[in-house]
Design a protein around this ligand. Sequence first.
Ligand SMILES: [Fe+2]
Ligand SMILES: [Fe+2]
Length: 475
Amino acid sequence: MSSIDYDETIPNNVNLSEDRTLKRALEHWQPNYLSWWQDMGPDGSHNFDVYLRTAVSVDPQGWAQFGHVKMPDYRWGIFLNPGEADRKIHFGDHKGENVWNDVPGEYRANLRRIIVTQGDTEPASVEQQRHLGLTAPSQYDLRNLFQVNVEEGRHLWAMVYLLHKYFGRDGREEAEGLLERRSGQEDNPRILQAFNEATPDWLSFFMFTYFTDRDGKFQLCALAESSFDPLARTTKFMLTEEAHHMFVGESGVGRVITRTAQMINELKTDDPAKLRAAGVIDLQTIQRYINFHFSVTIDLFGADESSNAATFYSTGLKGRYEEGKRMDDHVLKGQSYHVLEVRNGQLANKEVPMLNALNEVLRDDYIKDSVAGVERWNKILDKAGISFRFKAPHKAFHRNIGPLAAVKVSPEGQVISDAEWKANVDTWLPSAGDRAYVASLMGRCVEPGKFANWIAPPVMGINRQPVDFEYVRFN
Ligand SMILES: [Fe+2]
Ligand SMILES: [Fe+2]
């Protein structure tokens, strides 16, 4: 029927050309994927030649090959990290048993749900970011956006591979569903709320790749511990790509801060109005974007107490972040953890069984990691001799999931009234005015080596190319 040479068009280390069932399933899915990319991939980009990294194998030489390609021709590959011989399940009720190379019948529904939920975020972010190319602040940034987009596409392939290979007909239906839901669409939205929010401007994009791709890192790390070995090996390889996404976010926000700091020192004022008049983003607005993206992202870890989280752990489907490095019994029965609740109008700790609090455990690990980057942003201000400091908001601030969704909490962690919230919300979260101002800065700046006024150039280019390299040829 089809003459696709899979080893050529879909680089893989899963013996694709020899697995006829899988081949047939993918032959059916691939054209639908490509038509999704045509419709929902980066707007107006299909003819550009983009300097992209492609993985053609998992070894150090093969996982990052650079060259100019048209994105619809990108070779979305399927890679599993090499398996460990005799790998044992190392947490939960099955601890010590051999890992599974197939899906145990009793865990099929839960594993499918975990894989679909992860898979759904991948095309969602491509959809959220699809108009950003039209207002890129430089060719370098445009290329980074596209790199993130094609790799999210590859992550979708990674999850679809698992669905096709291990879940039969249900898996094929789920794989179709992943191409049918649409970010932000009312009648068929993406599964998780943060993936239905708009990414309307580049400051949002950098915040998203810093904060929300980092949620991806923590989810993938937890799945990399899974007793279902193909899931563990797939997610391990995805993590190598995720690092670049977070780099794009951290360095992107850092360059915005660098530019603003230059202007503060040049004009000798930190007055937001004067800085805006000079065309840069004031530090207070950046802080409000941090507050927004941090709070929306920590909701992604789910309810503070969750019996599903306990089940996923005890049955060995999903571990903790760095499970192997922890010094406890890896079963966690009879242990406790603290979550927040509101008592007498104040936030207070409540001890709950740790197994039920594993969402909160992962959220707290995430918070530690993401706060570290905020401190690195502060170093930029410190070096520039500016006393302003960014701060991640309290974890109870602006929450939409769990018991904290029922109360209003300030960024410092004070429970406040609705009236106080209303009076202050515009100083805590991006206001319509902030968003309109940031939007007004967005304009296409794509001559090689040129950068929009509101962002500093990067310290170096991609893959040791110069900063003014022709990263995108528009044709
Ligand atoms: Fe991803
Ligand atoms: Fe990502």
